[in-house]
Design a protein around this ligand. Structure first.
Ligand code: ADP
Ligand code: GLC
Length: 491
């Protein structure tokens, strides 16, 4: 099947979070299963152009009130058969940040114009690429308007696009692409599609909602999150829309790229190791302590690598920190995000220089070193559509301590006498979003860590689980087949 992905991120070329990991690894896995896969991304300033070449294909598309020229860059995703087309529109994408101005920490005010341009440029450029997809797979709100245009816009009747099936994946319902209704015309959608039956939402434009209503099939990134988002608690205002489309919505658990995240071959590490011989992990722990200026202690070393945003439970960590310092642990945090979280974490590191180390910024190598060097990995998320780091952790013999939400609930098996005996226990899972529950979970981890034979079994169970993309890629292929047999939804 010919599969066209439309996405804002694509690892290893451009990534701010799990979205990039997933589009990169999923397209690679689909290609390995024999599908012809292409991915269209914006040519951000920070996009690595490794393997891409400038082509002579140039299309014109509206960017707010003006028309701009969009040049296509093409090439192969490194190490794969996946063809990448980057859409180069400097007016919209040649900027320091992807979504926000890093100097101000606020979203770019013209994001609707930017991502409307991206989606319309996708529709304009594809017919020049001598290739027709059998299905278009859009990811998150940045690409959702492609589905809306194909169902409701002029593209619907263009020969290149007629009858094109679409699939939309929700990686995170909290990001919807919300803009003032007055900007609605910038989407380029006909006015009927800008009302309540389309992108209109409580007096605003909601790009994701447009995709949720117009795509032939919907997926999200774990079975538990697929259920959660149909409830008021997790639905971010769109639960009613999702309930209406419940029959078309599938939760497909993300895999991980087991070539990139492999402790036996990882070139970022001080030593390499595997489930059968985990000895090198101790050297990774020492190297990490040394790198971050922490004393070499035998205590449980807890790692965290994440965007520092409300979703990830940073407030919970901060509220629990004083009590956590009463437990014999060291804590290493790598992340960037909200300025107030960054400042509070740095203050904690200053107060506890031998226990807490914080690195702000985005650092791929250090992320790998933390996965390998930490004993445990903490994810106290408020909500988590899937989460990848808990799977990286298990593969690196680093025991995850997670809250029972979304994909965390679907991937980590809590340590109990029964699960330990059955050989299924892989981590520590807690329920309440409270400092007390977080501290109790860490205390359970330190108790298990104090019994080395028990801890080794936990590590081994995690390290030998299959988190590859093989199954998930097959599940997506089935969803594509279902999309091809359906009719589009009218606004
Ligand atoms: P989300 O997509 O919500 O951020 P995921 O767990 O799905 O969460 O994916 C996060 C990805 O981004 C992981 O690959 C993680 O290692 C990476 N990541 C997040 N923050 C950083 C950082 N500061 N430096 C390096 N990698 C990071
Ligand atoms: C989102 C979610 C995360 C998920 C990732 C990839 O960013 O927050 O839980 O793993 O997308 O699907």
């Amino acid at each position: 099947m010919n599969v066209l992905h439309v996405a804002s991120e694509l690892a290893p070329l451009i990534k701010t979070g799990g979205l990039g990991d997933v589009t990169g690894a999923l397209s690679k896995a689909l290609a390995a299963q024999g599908h012809a896969v292409r991915v269209l991304v914006p040519a951000y300033r920070s996009l690595s152009r490794q393997g891409l070449a400038r082509t002579e294909i140039v299309v014109t598309a509206p960017f707010g009130a003006q028309d701009v020229r969009v040049r296509v860059w093409s090439g192969l995703l490194p190490g794969t058969e996946v063809i990448v087309h980057a859409l180069d529109a400097p007016e919209a994408f040649d900027r320091d940040g992807l979504y926000q101005d890093p100097a101000r920490g606020t979203d770019y005010p013209d994001n609707l114009a930017r991502f409307s341009l991206f989606c319309r440029a996708v529709l304009a450029a594809m017919p020049h690429l001598d290739w027709r997809p059998d299905v278009v797979h859009a990811h998150d709100w940045h690409a959702a308007l492609v589905c809306a245009h194909l169902a409701w816009g002029e593209a619907r009747s263009m020969p290149a696009w007629q009858g094109m099936p679409t699939v939309l994946t929700v990686h995170n319902l909290a990001y919807q692409g919300l803009f003032p209704a007055a900007q609605g015309a910038q989407t380029g959608l006909p006015s009927a599609a800008r009302g309540q039956g389309g992108v209109g939402f409580r007096g605003q434009v909601n790009c994701l909602k447009g995709g949720l209503l117009s795509a032939d099939r919907l997926t999200t990134v774990s079975p538990t999150y697929a259920r959660e988002i149909q409830t008021a608690e997790f639905g971010c205002g769109l639960d009613a829309v999702l309930r209406r489309r419940a029959e078309d919505l599938t939760g497909i658990l993300n895999g991980i790229d087991v070539d990139v995240w492999n402790p036996a071959t990882d070139s970022h590490l001080a030593a390499r190791y595997a489930a059968e011989d985990p000895a090198g992990k101790a050297a990774c722990k020492r190297a990490l302590q040394h790198e971050l200026g922490l004393p070499e202690r035998p205590d449980l070393l807890i790692g965290m690598v994440q965007r520092l945003v409300e979703q990830k439970g940073v407030d919970l960590l901060l509220a629990a920190l004083a009590e956590l310092m009463a437990v014999p642990v060291q804590l290493v945090v790598l992340g960037s995000g909200a300025a107030s979280y960054e400042a509070q974490l740095q203050a904690a590191a200053r107060h506890h220089p031998d226990r807490v180390a914080v690195r702000l910024g985005f650092d791929e190598a250090l992320a790998h070193q933390i996965e390998a060097g930490a004993d445990a990995f903490l994810m106290p998320s408020r909500f988590e559509p899937c989460g990848l780091n808990q799977m990286y952790s298990m593969r690196y013999g680093t025991v995850p301590i997670v809250r029972r939400v979304g994909g965390l609930a679907d991937t980590v098996v809590d340590l109990t006498p029964a699960t330990l005996d059955a050989g299924t226990a892989t981590g520590i899972v807690f329920d309440a979003y409270t400092p007390v529950a977080l501290v109790a979970a860490v205390a359970r981890a330190t108790a298990a860590f104090a019994r080395p034979a028990r801890w080794r079994r936990l590590m081994h169970h995690g390290m030998t689980r299959d988190f590859s993309w093989t199954q998930a890629a097959g599940a997506y292929a089935r969803v594509y087949e279902q999309a091809r047999t359906r009719q589009a939804v009218a606004p």
